[in-house]
Design a protein around this ligand. Sequence first.
Ligand code: ADE
Ligand code: ZN
Length: 331
Amino acid sequence: MTLDLIRLPKAELHLHIEGTLEPETVLELADTNGVRLPFADEDALRAAYDFANLQEFLDLYYAAMATVVTADDFYTMTARYYERAAAQGVRHAEIFLDPQAHLSRGVRWEVMMDGVAAAVADAERRHGITGGIIACILRDRPVAEALATYESIRADRDRFLGIGLDSAELPYPPELFADLWQQAKRDGFKVVAHAGEEGPAAYIWTALDALGVDRVDHGIRAVDDPALVGVLAERRVPLTVCPLSNVALKTVPDLGHHPLLTLLEQDVVVTVNSDDPAYFGGYVGENYLAMRVAGMTDAQAVRLAHHSVDASFADADRKAALHAEIDAFAG
Ligand code: ADE
Ligand code: ZN
């Protein structure tokens, strides 16, 4: 019997909470908050989900999230993600939040954080989903703004697992943020960064060496550099890979040419994630299903689920419980 990949227990480690806004939620919130969008209805909005590259997607992503205004809105956005995640076997989620994208349009820190954090706490009570929030710095905005944002994160440190780096990758190499990442590590935060999504393998090297990341988000361009693949495998630095996102943003030509399984067989700690599921055609379960179509075996799927637990920031007891759940499910 083939394994039920949707219900397979798993951790999700690369998920932008603002990328979970489904068209109906965007239009509902636009209506409630009087935010004008250039889309007449859900079909018109969905029709805009056709992206030539990362920047085209980001333009729509930032426009749509401007409909999220009150703490209740932030709660609704986040809680709706967890409902879907619970139905897709997600047992632990480390979700990204883009504070600067909200602060820069006048949302107050407490409004954003109270709504998101309440939904994270309810997800654990209601669905048993553990995890937390990783605050991402927008790499295409000034470093000075990143430093100021980091001070807000540090002042609210109990509500964050760590910091991440996202938004337009080129031409913003990781090393622009080396001092900040080193400070965050000294402050006890976990640190991650998007690298090697649209950018080159060189950005993955500097995410490792200048930022000292605990995980690399995407990292698929590592396949261009055998020495880098060797280092990732040897140092056990996980990659949070997002297959449907990579196809939707044209960083790979199609799923048949996706490097996930090649990297898995080269002993890299790759994981499967959804990135911005409302925009890219599926949540994490559908990303596993997509890789099955591309040739992934059930045994590889189970390894990937175990990797997601190994790569998470859960404590040792929680990791052991999650590994046991995967084994019990896979039989
Ligand atoms: N922000 C949301 N989704 C992103 C992605 N795929 N790459 C970079 N920044 C993002
Ligand atoms: Zn991402």
